[in-house]
Ligand binder design. Sequence first.
Ligand SMILES: Cc1cc2nc3c(=O)[nH]c(=O)nc-3n(C[C@H](O)[C@H](O)[C@H](O)COP(=O)(O)OP(=O)(O)OC[C@H]3O[C@@H](n4cnc5c(N)ncnc54)[C@H](O)[C@@H]3O)c2cc1C
Length: 406
Amino acid sequence: MSKELVTNAPKQSSYDVVIVGGAMYGSSVAWFLTNNPDFTGSVLVVERDLMYTACSTVHTNSCMRQQFSREINVRVSQFAADYVKNFRSYLGDDPRVPDLAFQSYGYMYLADNEDFANILRECHAVQVACGAGTKIMTPAEIKKAYPFYNLEDIVAGSHNLIDEGYFDGGTLFDWWKRSAREQGAEYVGNEVVSMQKNAAGSKVESVTLKSGEVISCGTVINASGPRAILTCRMAGIELPVEPRKRYTYIFDAEQRLDRDLPLTIDPTGVHMRSEGQYYLAGCPPDDDPAVDYDDYEQDHSIWQEKVWPVLANRVPQFEAIKLMNSWAGHYAFNTFDQNAILGPHNEVENFIFLNGFSGHGLQQSPAMGRGISELVIYGEYRELDLSPFGYSRIVSNEPYEEKAVI
Ligand SMILES: Cc1cc2nc3c(=O)[nH]c(=O)nc-3n(C[C@H](O)[C@H](O)[C@H](O)COP(=O)(O)OP(=O)(O)OC[C@H]3O[C@@H](n4cnc5c(N)ncnc54)[C@H](O)[C@@H]3O)c2cc1C
């Protein structure tokens, strides 16, 4: 992966907003900024790899759920569902914009003990209060709806068929990039390598690019995914976000299931779901350290020793399956409380975080990108108050935990 990347220089020496990273989050905020008539500034998106070979966005599983433990995360995903379902309308009824695929087969959390079942019930109450369609199911109810599961050890499940499942995040990403450019955002293939602050240390005045240019900025936005901490350190800031490896496997089954397989979260931590005519499975490694930024090596023993046995146990028809494809990707994992970290730094006031999305960042990108654009334009969140995700909770050591992290 460590090949020399092409660099090109920005057209100007100064921008109102410089975004570090041009994948899902950089493009989301670039699109929301330039789409807002109240924003009249200039936007530079600096992306170190315009081929996007090694970012989280290209390794994603692209699913969306309402099943979170925090109300705010449910609301964030509800906006995602609305945005995806009305994508063309959000993009100004542009006839070139396609409908985005959305397969609402739901997530199915399976509990094999009463403690976890109670957590599902607590989360269910939060979700239902927000209007989500989550249902707590008995094993008998699950078996009736999905006869292919082995539920011997299961005491309850939590399932929601409304606005939950796969969505075409890749096309959403492509259109944000294209449309943000058409609306005036400038993308350059380059790397931010350092930042210069004012004498008081309260503001990033400029960023230096790998090709040598020094670019003045009004605001700098950290959208650099698993590399977020490297970007922070350029401004003398620490952040509890690190790259954690996650494995994805695509497989075919000799006897396909007679209906969609919901995104099933097995009590072992392995998840599985339908993927077109195939199936997708994924999991964290048992030992889950921070990894090197360029380490995308696959570990085939995980498939053989961990994933396949779990699949075959939970869905006996998956005893006879064939691995078709696999990859390893990186979560930008927030070790502090597994929730997003969003908004300005408490001291370096024009340094804005858009970081730490773990495995639910794709679906959060519409609401978070919109929120950060509001913060830049109006100095406040307007549509949805995203302040619980602020950096101040890290300074005051008050975790804002999200329990439902896959
Ligand atoms: C295996 C896997 C499965 C997932 N499944 C889901 C899912 O089902 N649902 C869901 O909602 N989310 C999912 N996610 C999470 C989601 O994909 C991510 O949260 C999201 O893509 C993060 O986007 P990002 O723009 O923050 O980061 P990235 O996509 O990593 O982009 C960061 C960009 O910043 C660039 N960059 C970094 N440093 C610099 C610099 N100094 N200068 C210039 N450019 C820089 C990088 O080149 C990169 O392109 C999954 C993630 C993985 C890995």
